[in-house]
Design a protein around this ligand. Structure first.
Ligand SMILES: [Zn+2]
Length: 445
């Protein structure tokens, strides 16, 4: 019945708009962890293959998502960027540095030389997916090394076994996120940028695919059947990045399937296969990475090299940014005052940034086109466009504040209408904010 369905959607959608990037939902994450744990080969210690260990590893699949509760806002803020990486932005750096703080410094440095991109290159917006995975994997390897030493010394291994099981389960969450195409891309919540194929721009696609559809349509047996044979991990960082790239190659197919209503209800044979294959890829990779941690935990620990330590220290001098103490002056009155609001004739109540209301962050801002007459006349200049950035991150009530003429105002409005922002926030919640943008027109030839 169509009416009933519409009614349900109307009630449900506003509620689900918040958890927009939880990576597979609880069911998918548990499935990935369980299938990986169940398929561990005899070469890993028996305690890790016990029913109790499999239960615990399964339970831990969604664990980092439990850390995203509003009850623990500091934890949520610190670890949310661990769940994703926008490869399109991260790889502007070329080869990614392997260490988290070198990556952060590199993103800021790139932003300094490409100021237009600086807002979207904030590290917590680009994401740390492969970094947390590498770091948790190394924790697992370290604990396994300790297990080997305690076993060899005939000492009690029960405490380190508990640590290993925890690390393996924790690792599973991120490896699972890494098989979800929408966790590797700027297209994570609706298509942004040129959209000739008319893919959805609705943020709901993320949740519908990874949680609602998995809950409704995917069985563990279907996923298990699609797991790949065990593969040896060479260099775990390189292999994991290749895995993320492979995942990223499915982004457009996912949008295509969505366009064909593949993620509604129980979907189609094609959409179910697509989703089960992605979950199976996560489970297979997790299995292989746990095995790799075990194998490599037997390798001797490299000797400490003094030269290497010195090289790291000199390259970690991060460039100065707007966050540096000189740039950011503490202003108690603006930090403690109530937020200011105004009435926009076309939009209603809006916030003004400052006093605890953050600025919207530009995610996507295509350049405006030149009008023919302005190009002919070699006419240059700038106009100011006003808008309200809604809680959906889109510009509303777009209008010309300061005109330039020669048909360029229209071109500026056209470009600004395509902008995509991360909405402004007040006390952690998105709020509509009035803002102005200066659009420059320059001819380079
Ligand atoms: Zn996640």
């Amino acid at each position: 019945m169509k009416c009933a369905r519409l009614l349900v959607l109307g009630l449900v959608l506003p509620l689900v708009a918040v958890p927009s990037s939880f990576g597979w939902g609880a069911k998918g994450h548990k499935m990935i962890n369980q299938l990986a744990a169940q398929s561990l080969p005899d070469s890993v210690p028996a305690f890790l293959r016990s029913p109790e260990a499999i239960d615990e590893i399964t339970y831990l699949g969604p664990e980092p998502d439990r850390w995203r509760s509003a009850a623990e806002p500091e934890l949520e803020a610190a670890q949310a960027p661990d769940h994703f990486i926008d490869l399109e932005y991260a790889e502007l750096l070329g080869t990614l540095p392997r260490k988290r703080y070198q990556y952060i410094a590199a993103l800021y440095a790139y932003g300094l030389t490409h100021p237009k991109l600086a807002p979207v290159l904030q590290p917590d917006r680009v994401g740390f997916q492969p970094y947390i995975t590498e770091e948790v994997w190394e924790r697992l390897k370290s604990a396994m090394r300790d297990y080997r030493q305690l076993s060899a010394a005939h000492q009690d291994t029960a405490p380190v076994e508990a640590a290993i099981i925890f690390y393996a389960g924790w690792l599973g969450h991120y490896v699972g996120d890494g098989s979800q195409p929408l966790h590797t891309t700027i297209q994570y919540g609706g298509w942004v940028g040129p959209n000739p194929n008319g893919y959805t721009t609705d943020h709901q696609i993320h949740w519908l695919f990874e949680t609602k559809f998995v809950d409704a349509a995917i069985r563990e047996s279907d996923v298990q059947a699609l797991m790949t044979p065990p593969q040896t991990i060479g260099d775990e960082w390189t292999d994991y990045l290749a895995y993320l790239h492979h995942t990223n190659s499915f982004v457009e197919e996912l949008y295509q399937l969505d366009k064909e209503h593949g993620f509604e209800g129980t979907g189609t044979a094609e959409s179910r296969h697509f989703t089960a294959e992605r979950l199976a890829a996560g489970a297979s990779m997790l299995r292989d990475m746990i095995v790799a941690a075990w194998v490599k935990s037997a390798e001797p620990v490299p000797e400490w090299h003094h030269e290497e330590a010195k090289a790291v220290a000199t390259s970690s001098g991060a460039p100065q940014t707007a966050d540096s103490p000189q740039a950011a002056k503490w202003n108690p009155s603006s930090a403690t005052g109530a937020p200011r609001t105004a009435i926009d004739p076309k939009f209603g109540t809006v916030y003004l940034s400052g006093n605890g209301v953050s600025n919207p962050q530009l995610l996507y801002g295509p350049d405006p086109h030149y009008s023919k007459e302005a190009r002919k006349a070699h006419f240059q200049g700038s106009c100011v466009i006003g808008m309200v950035v809604g809680i959906d991150g889109r510009p509303h009530a777009v209008h010309v504040v300061r005109s330039l003429g020669m048909g360029l105002d229209e071109k500026a409005v056209e470009a600004v209408r395509q902008y995509q922002f991360a909405p402004a926030k007040y006390k952690g919640k998105p709020v509509p904010v009035r803002m102005k943008i200066e659009v420059n027109f320059r001819l380079y030839n």
